[in-house]
Design a binder for this molecule. Structure first.
Ligand SMILES: *[C@@H]1O[C@H](CO)[C@@H](O)[C@H](O)[C@H]1NC(C)=O
Ligand SMILES: *[C@@H]1O[C@H](CO)[C@@H](O)[C@H](O)[C@H]1NC(C)=O
Ligand SMILES: *[C@@H]1O[C@H](CO)[C@@H](O)[C@H](O)[C@H]1NC(C)=O
Ligand SMILES: *[C@@H]1O[C@H](CO)[C@@H](O)[C@H](O)[C@H]1NC(C)=O
Ligand SMILES: *[C@@H]1O[C@H](CO)[C@@H](O)[C@H](O)[C@H]1NC(C)=O
Ligand SMILES: *[C@@H]1O[C@H](CO)[C@@H](O)[C@H](O)[C@H]1NC(C)=O
Length: 379
């Protein structure tokens, strides 16, 4: 009895020591990971990080990665850029959309996304979607594809937190199937984009500025929100584990930005060795920063909502849809009309007074057709 008890005790002590040793070992290897190769598991996917020692953005080790498996195209259009003379394709526009966003895509196709050329300059517009687990939705998408042939669908779960994956896959698609497009725009299906002004803006840039272009509305000096002050901020809270740095690099606001073909390719390549971050515009900014691509700010790019005014939409290349009924449809009609305002305030003022309606600015859809007075507006 006595003997067996002490033997048991010795056994337990041995096991205890072994467990302790294992814990210390795991702790030590974990530390080694800081400088070396890290293996982590997300869901069912085992993946491996690459050498991160050159990252000047000091990422932690527990971050996720995008390129953990080969993403497949559920729907693809391989010839959209080949059909036009590839050499001549000036701009490919990637419109991020949801599988069930039928109405939004229809709206874009029938308004601002419809032109295929601006003064002979070739533009193509495609919609980037994630996967859908709804067979009815998927069936309708097949029909939509048969009719328009402008959908690119990739097999990841389409969710708000996967927008970064969607953007990166859009850039991959553009780099693969439109490798010679001069410019690549990323935008969303709830935006308004004026292709005429966009092409003009791009053509007016010097060849040097065009080379590694990353243009939009720059957010500079922004920091991750660590603690929500309001309930509405909760969505934007970024814990240290998700983004250890104090600052975001300067980045173009996500509603709409344009990259040169070269910049798009280089940002896509860099995304392979950059830890996942769920805010797609910040993520693209991080990749651009690592590649030493400087963002270019232009007041005509906006991701915000504005009340309509002829003066304002004479220079706004992009703007967000508003809650005014048929806003996009009516803006599209107006920007294509021949009539132009006689005199306008400065661009800066027009941006600053974004929700004023006391000059020539109309909120109400009933007044759209009845606004002749403001053509005579003078400051
Ligand atoms: C990481 O990159 C640095 C600099 O390029 C290189 O010297 C080092 O050998 C790399 N380490 C590993 C583990 O690949
Ligand atoms: C489909 O996906 C959504 C989220 O994308 C999820 O909430 C839902 O449970 C899924 N439905 C099925 C049948 O898998
Ligand atoms: C993102 O997509 C991947 C691949 O489909 C999926 O495993 C993951 O759950 C998605 N993440 C979110 C937050 O929806
Ligand atoms: C298109 O042509 C018109 C008329 O020639 C010109 O006013 C406009 O600036 C041109 N726009 C672009 C984007 O080239
Ligand atoms: C990269 O970001 C840092 C700040 O985080 C900034 O000082 C630097 O100018 C950025 N570089 C580029 C190329 O944007
Ligand atoms: C349209 O203009 C006329 C003439 O100025 C005015 O009487 C009428 O009230 C306006 N209607 C709307 C809906 O603003």
């Amino acid at each position: 009895m006595h003997c067996r008890k002490s033997r048991l005790l010795r056994l337990f002590t041995l096991i205890g020591i072994a467990v302790l040793f294992t814990i210390i070992l795991v702790y030590l290897t974990h530390h080694v990971d800081h400088t070396g190769i890290t293996q982590r598991r997300i869901g069912l996917t085992v993946f491996q990080s690459t050498n991160k020692t050159e990252d000047h953005l000091n990422f932690g080790e527990n971050r996720l990665w995008i390129h953990t498996r080969p993403y497949q195209y559920l729907m693809n259009i391989e010839k959209v850029c080949a059909k036009s003379n590839v050499r001549d394709l000036f701009l490919i526009v990637l419109v991020l959309s949801r599988p069930d966003g039928f109405k939004r895509r229809h709206l874009v196709r029938t308004t601002w996304g419809s032109p295929k050329t601006v003064n002979g300059t070739e533009i193509r517009t495609v919609y980037i979607l994630g996967g859908s687990n709804n067979t009815n939705t998927q069936q309708k998408l097949q029909e939509e594809q048969a009719q328009y042939g402008d959908l690119v669908q990739i097999d990841f779960r389409d969710s708000y937190d996967n927008l970064t994956v969607k953007t990166v896959m859009g850039l991959r698609w553009a780099s693969t199937f439109c490798p010679r497009a001069k410019f690549v725009m990323k935008t969303d299906d709830d935006m308004f984009v004026n292709y005429m002004l966009l092409v003009q803006y791009l053509k007016d840039l010097t060849p040097q500025d065009q080379e590694l272009l990353y243009a939009g509305s720059i957010n500079g000096n922004l920091h991750p929100v660590r603690v929500a002050e309001y309930v509405s901020e909760k969505k934007w809270v970024v814990p240290v584990e998700e983004y250890p740095d104090e600052d975001y690099p300067p980045y173009c606001s996500g509603g709409a930005y344009v990259l040169s073909g070269r910049a798009a390719k280089s940002i896509y390549e860099t995304s392979k060795t950059t830890p996942f971050f769920r805010m797609e515009d910040v993520f693209v900014g991080i990749c651009a920063n690592k590649t030493r691509i400087y963002p270019t700010d232009y007041i005509g790019f906006s991701s915000s909502w504005f009340a309509y005014s002829d003066c304002r939409f004479r220079f706004l290349i992009t703007a967000h849809d508003s809650s005014v009924k048929n806003f996009i449809k009516n803006v599209w009609k107006r920007v294509n009309s021949e009539r132009k305002p006689k005199k306008c305030p400065t661009k800066e003022l027009l941006i600053e007074w974004y929700d004023y309606d006391d000059d020539y600015i109309l909120y109400n859809v009933r007044q759209w057709e009845n606004a002749s007075y403001y053509y005579d507006y003078t400051l």
